[in-house]
Design a protein around this ligand. Structure first.
Ligand code: APR
Ligand code: PHB
Length: 394
């Protein structure tokens, strides 16, 4: 039996950032991760950091590589009717985004843990949570060497993503689930070719949505709306490129650069929130508590906002004996969560081709796109949500 103040399940952005923030506030934590270090460092995920995320990473001293290698973008394009309509984020919202792969942030946070000798246990199994409604909840697990272990904690953070065990450790009837499924998925590729445009392009096309993004001056990231039941085998590289070329085409001859495909996967899209995000001394953060469709680029940014509140609340609970911010954790997070849920749903609905919609629905989408492209008020609303609303409180 080992004691720690906070047991953290999951070494994604939520778990790693929480552990580091707690360390900076003098609270011990242990991170338990089912996968290997190289797996979590290589896993390809989203890549847009909103301004508040960038500011926080800098402020805590883990932003050096992001500042050197990340790509600040001051705008993005909405592409429809065969033409680009630029949204100037910096001018409209006074802040911008930084394109920097989520797994790069994961690498930077793991390196920061290593430097300070902070514990992360990779390749653990059989993680189970106990005594959540008492003052000393416990985590049992099997370590990488196959030994049974037990961690006695002052609080547990469930940062184990959508498919983790934390949320399902909460007794039946305690949580309310709010969710929405979409009749499409995203096929994403990473291609070894320079980006074809200096900024992100969100494309609405009758054949389906497409997104041009990037990871570096040499690597392009592209997404296509596909049917969620499509097997990956139905999408050989030449079909992916042909579809991207058709959807991204413009009336003034945009040319999409092609190159070797380094990675390809299909991700279903859903919106999902559980309320409350806590039970007793278990606090859920990031994808364990909520999922957004990726069109608003909010997933990782929401995880960051959650753990910023959680670190503060756990410091007050465990170090200063003040339980109020921990009791209010869920309520505090949920206002930002629901704002991001709305924005992500809005971007998704405006940009995708819904197979269950009709001509009326398609006219509504075009009306919204044209309004966003021509009204400063509508564009400002998109810009301030996309670049990230300021963190609440403190
Ligand atoms: N025991 C230990 N670790 C687990 C378990 C378990 N039973 N189940 C899952 N995990 C680990 C996963 O292997 C993963 O590394 O928890 C981690 C959860 O990380 P993420 O899925 O990255 O979730 P989160 O940290 O909340 O980050 C949210 O990541 O999933 C993307 O789109 C999402 O961008 C968003 C961000
Ligand atoms: C990405 O680059 O992976 C990316 C960018 C914008 C999104 C989603 C994903 O909305």
């Amino acid at each position: 039996m080992t004691d720690t103040r906070v047991g953290i399940v999951g070494a994604g952005p939520a778990g790693l950032l929480l552990s580091y923030l707690l360390h900076l506030q003098g609270i011990d934590a242990v991170v338990l991760e089912a996968r290997s270090r190289s797996y979590v460092e290589q896993r390809v995920r989203a890549g847009v950091c909103e301004q508040p995320t960038v500011d926080l990473l800098r402020e805590i001293g883990v932003g050096a590589r992001m500042d050197a290698e990340g790509m600040p973008h001051h705008g993005l394009s909405l592409r429809f009717d065969g033409a680009d309509h630029r949204i100037n984020l910096t001018e409209l919202a006074g802040r911008c985004i930084t394109v920097y792969g989520q797994q790069e942030i994961v690498k930077d946070l793991i390196a920061a843990h290593e430097e300070k000798d902070l514990p992360i246990e990779f390749e653990v199994s059989d993680v189970a949570l106990h005594d959540l409604d008492g003052e000393t909840p416990r985590i049992t697990y099997t370590d990488a060497a196959g030994n049974a272990q037990e961690l006695r904690c002052g609080a547990i953070a469930g940062c184990d993503g959508f498919h983790g065990i934390s949320r399902s450790s909460i007794p039946d009837g305690e949580l309310t689930v709010y969710e929405r499924h979409y009749p499409f998925a995203w096929l994403g590729i990473l291609a070894r070719t320079p980006p074809s445009h200096e900024e992100l392009i969100y494309t609405h096309h009758e054949r389906g949505f497409a997104l041009h993004s990037m990871r570096s001056p040499e690597i392009t990231r592209l997404y296509l709306q596909v049917d969620p039941n499509d097997p990956l085998e139905d999408w050989p590289d030449d079909r992916v490129w042909s579809e991207l070329q058709q959807r991204l085409a413009t009336r003034d001859g945009f040319s999409l650069r092609e190159g070797p495909v380094l990675e390809k996967s299909i991700t279903p899209m859903r919106s999902f929130v559980v309320e409350p995000m806590q039970y007793g001394r278990l606090f859920l953060a990031g994808d364990a508590a909520h999922i957004v469709p990726p069109t608003g680029a909010k997933g990782m940014n929401l995880a960051v906002a959650d753990v910023r509140h959680l670190a503060h609340a756990l410091k007050l609970l465990l170090r200063d004996g003040d339980p109020a911010p921990a009791a209010a954790y869920s309520e505090t997070c949920l206002s930002r969560v629901w704002r991001a849920e709305h924005f992500s749903w809005f971007m998704t609905s405006m940009l995708h081709t819904d197979p269950d919609s009709d001509d009326f629905g398609r006219r509504l989408q075009l009306a919204q796109l044209r309004y966003t492209a021509t009204s400063r008020a509508a564009a400002t609303s998109l810009a301030e949500n996309y670049a990230g609303l300021p963190f609440e409180g403190r």
